[in-house]
Design a binder for this molecule. Structure first.
Ligand code: F0G
Length: 363
């Protein structure tokens, strides 16, 4: 007989604050604003070895399976929970799309307003749709992400609204949970962890997460951190801000990352690399993950695999060592890109023989 009561020790997943409470800056007084984010699929590559000769132990951490379709939810649950604890009435962010979608959803969940600034015409349609449907106050800025973020920073100095970009330290604290989960799912820390780099918060957070797990004796080693920027938006690789960043991967179209120093520290302390991949390499990896592995991620996410393929060609990886690629966002957010890289479906008459003819050679 169902009792209607749920055990707090049961197997029900209640989000990353519930799961990793002892490692996060929350107390019993913190109201937990959650959409049960985290616990995302950790998927071993099955077909890339045969398909492109990528002979490594490769895994995908599919963070596009989070409630709003990106890794941002890991940080947003903590940012909104702490904001509510501190009595916030509204939150604000600049975004290339995913942060705004997540902020809008978690603010709706918390029952407060979200104000989001996005670069006009440069975010995937699904992300804009999310911010709108969750009831955010959406402003399309006639400028890029870096300009929008400067405006947001100026506004929070003047008004009492909580900033929920990744310069809010709670965002990074929550995003550390991706590293915790990878270690839990793999049974140890991986040898290498590759991520796309935009505002550089996620690579910073994951590196901190691995160190936290090691310091708490839950793992005994640390991975080498690998970050990949789009070639047209690669300030860390170039060593200087890029004034007019351009890339098909709009999520990482950022010229002056807020967590620049954190990304460089992750690279240097782990003995890793931050490198650039071209739009062609990104789109190629994007199609490969979808067509050869059955995982639909957004273009920016594929920068991680594009980078791993690039380094593999340089004989970079130690054999027999696990390589993890974070797939940061869900492909459904950005269907437009699919139509740029795929052929239009054939049109056929509505009869059996027409369809038979059209599938000749396929079966
Ligand atoms: N992948 C996706 C899908 C993203 O949305 C972002 C960042 C990144 C990678 C890069 O992560 O900034 O931590 O280095 N998106 C932010 C946004 C900037 O506004 O949604 P990062």
């Amino acid at each position: 007989m169902p009792t209607g009561k749920m055990s707090s020790t049961g197997a029900v997943w209640k989000g990353i604050i519930d799961k990793y409470r002892d490692l996060l800056p929350v107390t019993e007084k913190t109201p937990v604003i959650t959409l049960n984010e985290g616990n995302t699929p950790f998927i071993r590559s099955r077909n890339l070895k045969k398909k492109i000769g990528l002979d490594i132990e490769l895994y995908f951490k599919f963070d596009g399976a989070n409630p709003t379709g990106s890794f941002k939810d890991r940080g947003m649950t903590l940012a909104l929970s702490k904001a509510m604890e501190e009595g916030a009435k509204a939150v604000i962010c600049a975004s290339t799309g995913n942060t705004s979608a997540s902020a809008a959803a978690y603010a709706a969940r918390a029952g407060i307003r979200a104000i989001v600034l996005i670069p006009e015409g440069k975010i995937a349609l699904g992300k804009l749709a999310q911010a709108l449907v969750h009831g955010a106050h959406v402003l399309q800025v006639e400028g890029n992400f870096d300009e929008a973020l400067s405006i947001v920073k100026a506004l929070v100095r003047k008004y009492s609204i909580t900033l929920v970009n990744s310069i809010n330290p709670y965002r990074l604290e929550g995003q550390k949970s991706a590293a915790f989960e990878i270690c839990d799912q793999l049974g140890c820390a991986p040898g290498y962890h590759a991520l796309p780099v935009g505002n550089a918060g996620n690579i910073t957070a994951c590196w901190k997460g691995y160190k936290t797990y090691r310091d708490n004796k839950r793992t005994s080693s640390l991975p080498v951190m690998l970050g990949f920027q789009a070639a047209g938006a690669a300030p860390i690789v170039l060593g200087r801000p890029v004034e007019k960043p351009e890339t098909v991967a709009t999520a990482i179209r950022i010229g002056n990352p807020a967590s620049w120093k954190g990304a460089v520290a992750a690279r240097d302390e782990s003995g890793g690399r931050i490198d650039a991949v071209t739009d062609d390499e990104i789109l190629n990896a994007y199609k490969l993950i979808a067509s050869a592995e059955g995982i639909f991620c957004e273009p920016a996410s594929a920068a991680s695999l594009a980078g791993v393929i690039k380094l593999y060609k340089e004989n970079y990886f130690r054999p027999g060592t696990a390589v993890v690629c974070t797939l940061t966002g869900n492909g459904l957010k950005d269907p437009d890109t699919v139509f740029k890289v795929s052929e239009e479906p054939l049109k056929v008459k509505a009869d059996v023989s027409a369809v038979e003819k059209a599938i000749e050679g396929v079966i």
